[in-house]
Design a protein around this ligand. Sequence first.
Ligand SMILES: Nc1ncnc2c1ncn2[C@@H]1O[C@H](COP(=O)(O)OP(=O)(O)O)[C@@H](O)[C@H]1O
Ligand SMILES: [Mg+2]
Length: 419
Amino acid sequence: MVATDLDTSRMSVRGLWKVFGPDAARIVDEERVQQNSKGEILERTGHVIAIKDISFDVGVGEVFVVMGLSGSGKSTLVRCLIRLVDPTEGSIFIDGEDIVIYDAKQLIQLRRKKMGMIFQHYGLLPHRTVLENVGYGLEVQGIKRAERSTMAMEQLKRVGLESWAGAYPDELSGGMQQRVGIGRALVLDPEILLMDEPFSGLDPLIRREMQDELIALQGQLKKTIVFITHDLNEALKLGDRIAIMRDGEIIQLGTPEEIVTHPADAYVGEFVRDVTKAKVLGAASIMQEAESVVYEWQGPQEAVHVMESNNTDHVFVLGHNRELVGDLSLHEATEALERGATTMSGAMDTDCPRVAPATLVEELAPLSAQYDHPIAVVDEQGCLQGEVHRSAVLSSMAVSTVAAPADDGGGAGPAATKK
Ligand SMILES: Nc1ncnc2c1ncn2[C@@H]1O[C@H](COP(=O)(O)OP(=O)(O)O)[C@@H](O)[C@H]1O
Ligand SMILES: [Mg+2]
């Protein structure tokens, strides 16, 4: 949802394992060479392999989504990232420092300054007001009441709750309570936000609203976000990249477009089965070369000629640098000629719709439906890149028919596809 700079990685996870049980380290050593299934290990040894040899990087300003079914290890992973759970093995570099070897004092600093966490269950303090809840982290840091209130109020405005400052959490709806949770995390101005299914408890409508607000907030704040969800649509909407987990492993890591168009295996295929490509594909991926174009100075006579030879009833009219000037229909062009016009200026539609290459097909579909001609795709300079036909829009709106490859039968799944 924002431009990211993956060359600058904020967080690097390397060879991370978390095994629950009394003899966790031994199980890691055994697993490394044996590749048993999670169920077999549990049955034989009573240990749970929650995270199994995970490595990935999160870029500065990136929204990194981790998705998987319940029990796949998402919460354990995100809790490891802030050391609420101690990994059994591996490293987590944050801005170059391995926080796995941090001592208690360093961890406090990490949680106060660098990382904020937002949980599904908001965990607000019931006997404190909304303002006091948001300011709580500042209070812990010993910041004076007046300053605390000012800073907390600023965050409340940001999440649209300034008029609720004096209310208590139980007077608020779920969505509002989660806004308080977000404000509470943001007040400490962390560079990294960890969000564990923050919207999962909310009604679908409120949930979509919260997603939109998060996108807007992120547009201003440009935090590095690790966002956990089990909802594919949420993942596709929010994620710059998505890691898909199964049984403690990342089985695919890629952009929303890569995940939907090339699911790594049947498990991922199952997730994306019902997603229409329209949610992830941009106009550029379904456009074709514009069939009928004329330059502005070629005049209506030539425009009619181009339309007739292409068997179309419209042309795009271009300026010197191929910038789109307008759209001319056969009907308007013929009328102009009958009037004796020698230029197209009065006849063409200079307000014809145009979209950017990245515009999602989903967004351009309504335009395409109400407009008879192909939709122009223009770059930032307004130059014509191509055109999108209604038939292309419709076929990408159809539910994805990406065939998932047959499962390999082994529990491990294929290696993560990493960029
Ligand atoms: N404290 C714990 N002790 C033992 N097993 C745990 C503990 N926490 C999580 N697990 C197990 O680890 C696996 C991953 O759980 P979790 O990270 O909560 O998954 P998710 O968030 O994807 O639902 C599950 O099999 C779960 O039962
Ligand atoms: Mg969880």
